[in-house]
Design a protein around this ligand. Structure first.
Ligand code: AGP
Length: 609
């Protein structure tokens, strides 16, 4: 979604801000802009569309010499994508400039009252009210004016403000949307995500909720809303700038698909020790509390929800605990039956998805224990939970989630094994056998990816098809749902994913001669039933593309194409069987000429409900 970068220092900041915005592109946006303090006045440059349009606008002498400025990529929520609605916004006199992420929920009332007081608005956005509020409250002290503005607004937001009479000063504030400070030498940055300044500094401070930050070239001061100073540690992030780049691959998505063995290995590291058992040290919910759990409720969106679907099978199978599951955007409108013995698990790569956060907060307010599974340290989900289990997939930039998905599946498998250990639902030797096998999966996946050649050939034969059906049973079903989501997200081809047994109750009507039907048909207790469904597909002259277990030669006679994955036990198979489906979607999208890293209309992090 929207991205913020701000700079104060000695260097000319136009390019620094622009490069920062480039690093935030992955979040999704439809317009962009910069404002800089130049020769005692604020210069504003904005453009609709991608950053190339902004670059065109920036060509020439504009904004040079400036060493204080703000940059923003906007993903439209209030008001269509347009130059006027793009950030930064200015106050009436062009003395104050702001960039904002999030939503000001009471902007209509504020706008009406500010208009009545004589403020003139130039955009349809909710964000512009903040520029006018700061103007209204400004009496020579920018920090005090920002503080007063915050007390007027409701919603969730992160914003930065500069004023033409305060050279070198940026004031930032956050409520529920991320804002980070990149600490440099004689210069500092503020951004909504670390990659924006990672090429300049790896020293980071995280701004907390209901906090403000006052940044100058030589100092960073974090304040609470009483304007009392707060101590904050500087953390050195281990990602280097290279990790935020494509590393030789043509796209981030392809790079991230190939990073999956490492993401998986990192997520398992130290949690399945050689001496046996499962160790989840950072899980701050005690083993005693977890032993009392009688229901696990999984809430998530999109790909994270599909990881939750895999989780349901392993939690039931290994930990013998009742599991419920819902998409986060629906959970809140139900009347979920929760108690202190319910464990609600919010799964979110970003830890900032608004629907998932609302569901987690609701669960907590109803007395449940809440656990976050997330990839992002310090994200909002980690603050809204009683405990956190991190996936360690590293930074994912492609909008379509891949490596974070397999890391999420692994994290839930770890949780299920841990609960099985606490609840004595599996004997120790069985837990150790599963743990050993789990530890071997990254290597199996690496071997598979190194030798993979089929997905591209299959993609070449089918990429012009108008529709794909995906079928699976048991743990194969969430894999199908994820494979179908990947294909529609990045290639815009309509897909349906169905429980294979349900096909004859409706979707079979869609099949015609040559219709591609992707079937997850790994060895396991539902394999024979899946074969029956394949026969039903073949009887309609549709084309079967199977994902099957290495060594299953028989399936070749039933399918036009087979993508073989290494053999594992059934409960671990989703870690591997999702990979050929990611690749199939990837190659089809490439052949169709689609932008796989930034599919149309999609945002990496969906911070609106
Ligand atoms: C994944 O390919 C999608 N872009 C999307 O469904 C995503 O998984 C969803 O928005 C949830 O995001 P989160 O994991 O950051 O909460």
């Amino acid at each position: 979604m929207c991205g913020i970068i701000a700079y104060t220092g000695q260097r000319q900041c136009k390019d620094l801000l622009y490069q920062g915005l480039r690093k935030l592109e992955y979040r999704g946006y439809d317009s962009a802009g910069l404002s800089v303090l130049s020769d005692g006045r604020i210069e504003l440059v904005r453009a609709v569309g991608n950053l190339d349009s902004l670059e065109q606008e920036l060509r020439g002498d504009g904004c040079t010499g400036a060493s204080l400025g703000l940059g923003h990529t906007r993903w439209a929520t209030h008001g269509r994508p347009s130059t006027e609605n793009a950030h930064p916004h200015l106050d009436c006199d062009g003395k104050i400039s702001i960039v904002l992420n999030g939503i000001i929920e009471n902007y209509q009332e504020l706008r009406a009252s500010l208009k009545a007081e004589g403020h003139e608005f130039t955009s349809e956005t909710d964000a512009e009210v903040v520029a006018h509020l700061v103007e209204k409250f400004y009496e020579g002290d920018l920090v005090a004016a920002v503080r007063k503005s915050i007390s007027e607004i409701s919603g969730h937001f992160a914003f930065c403000v500069i004023h033409k009479d305060h050279g070198g000063l940026i004031v930032g504030a956050r409520k529920e949307c991320p804002l980070l400070i990149g600490v440099g030498k004689g210069e500092n940055f503020i951004a909504s995500a670390i990659p924006a300044f990672l090429s300049e500094t790896r020293d980071v401070m995280v701004l907390g909720d209901d906090e403000m930050v006052v940044v100058t070239p030589d100092g960073v001061q974090i304040l609470d809303l009483e304007l009392q100073p707060l101590d904050r540690e500087v953390t050195r992030v281990s990602w280097d700038a290279e990790a935020a780049e494509k590393g030789g691959y043509e796209t981030f998505m392809r790079k991230e698909i190939y990073e999956q063995p490492g993401a998986l290995a990192d997520t398992l590291a130290g949690r399945l020790p050689d001496e046996g058992g499962v160790v989840l040290e950072e899980l701050t919910i005690s083993a005693e509390d977890l032993a009392k759990i009688d229901k696990v409720y999984l809430v998530a969106c999109g790909t994270s929800y599909h990881a939750g679907l895999v989780g349901r099978y392993v939690l039931e199978n290994w930990a013998r605990v009742a599991v419920e599951l819902d998409v986060a955007s629906e959970f809140r409108y139900r009347d979920p039956v929760l108690s202190p013995s319910t464990l609600v698990v919010g799964i979110s790569q970003s830890g900032e998805t608004a629907d998932t956060l609302v569901a987690m907060r609701q669960a907590r307010s109803l007395g449940a224990k809440v656990l976050a599974i997330t990839n992002i340290m310090g994200s909002q989900a980690t603050r809204d939970a009683d405990g956190v289990l991190y996936t360690r997939a590293g930074l994912e930039i492609g909008v379509a989630a891949t490596k974070t998905h397999v890391a999420q599946i692994a994290a839930i498998q770890l949780l299920a094994l841990y609960l099985a250990q606490i609840r004595n639902t599996l004997p120790a030797d069985e837990i150790d056998a599963i743990a050993r096998e789990l530890r071997s999966v990254p290597e199996l996946m690496r071997g598979y990816l190194d030798n993979e050649a089929t997905a591209h050939e299959i993609a070449k034969r089918y990429y012009q098809q108008p529709f794909f059906l995906y079928l699976g049973r048991g743990v194969g079903l969430p894999v199908c749902l994820e494979g179908a989501l990947k294909l529609k997200e990045i290639s815009y081809i309509p897909t349906e994913a169905y429980a294979a047994g349900e096909m004859k109750h409706g979707p079979i009507a869609l099949l015609d001669q040559g219709s591609p039907v992707v079937v997850v048909a790994n060895d396991g207790h539902v394999y024979e039933k899946v074969v029956s469904n394949i026969e039903e597909v073949r009887a309609r002259d549709a084309s079967v593309i199977a994902v099957a277990t290495e060594g299953n030669e028989g399936i070749r006679t039933l399918s036009e194409d087979v993508m073989y994955i290494p053999r594992t036990s059934e409960m671990l198979s989703p870690l591997l069987s999702v990979v050929p489906l990611q690749l199939l979607a990837y190659y089809i999208a490439q052949l169709k000429g689609c932008n796989v890293d930034q599919p149309r209309n999609l945002a990496k992090t969906v911070t609106v409900e």
